[in-house]
Design a binder for this molecule. Structure first.
Ligand code: OFO
Length: 168
């Protein structure tokens, strides 16, 4: 049985994963309507993955005798200055999620809920992968700068990443 404090914190994480899915969906939609089909494909897939992260948490809370509640979602934004701005915001969002997962893990340690701590290991590793992926994309964008050919090539690469099967 989950302690109330841990259950409440997991429910907040469920909300954040759902918000992540929505944020990436909004970004994908912007990319699709602004001539970046590869980035759109990548972000639609990322949005699906965040929903999967949400669902995994929901099942965990319910399996441990809790009740995974859904909370209201924040406005996803919808407006971006450029493709680079989109990915700057992806990184910012991922860093926020990583901080939240780490705080949740810290809570499970303080509450001696080692089962939940073990469950969260998967999320800790996932955040490392996601941050590194986005950092790699941003490195390329920084190199390309305003070069349209470079950005076109990066968009093609993102299409390939968006089409690849999930690593997890
Ligand atoms: Fe849920 O992994 Fe990104 O945020």
């Amino acid at each position: 049985m989950l302690k109330k404090k841990v259950e409440d914190a997991l429910i907040e994480q469920i909300q954040l994963e759902e918000e992540s899915s929505r944020v990436y969906m909004a970004m994908a939609s912007w990319c699709e309507s602004n001539g970046f089909p590869g980035a759109a494909q990548f972000l639609y897939k990322h949005s699906d993955e965040e929903r999967m992260h949400q669902l995994k948490l929901i099942h965990y809370v319910n399996d441990r005798g809790g009740h995974a509640l859904l909370k209201p979602l924040a406005d996803p934004g919808n407006q971006y200055k450029s493709l680079k701005d989109v990915f700057d915001q992806v990184l910012k969002h991922e860093l926020h999620v990583t901080a939240s997962i780490n705080a949740l893990y810290d809570l499970t340690t303080r509450e001696k809920d080692f089962t939940t701590g073990q469950f969260l290991q998967w999320y800790i590793m996932e955040q490392i992968e996601e941050e590194s992926l986005v950092n790699g994309i941003l490195d390329k964008m920084n190199l390309a700068g305003d070069n349209k050919g470079g950005i076109f090539f990066i968009d093609k690469e993102l299409a390939a990443l968006g089409a690849a099967p999930e690593a997890t």
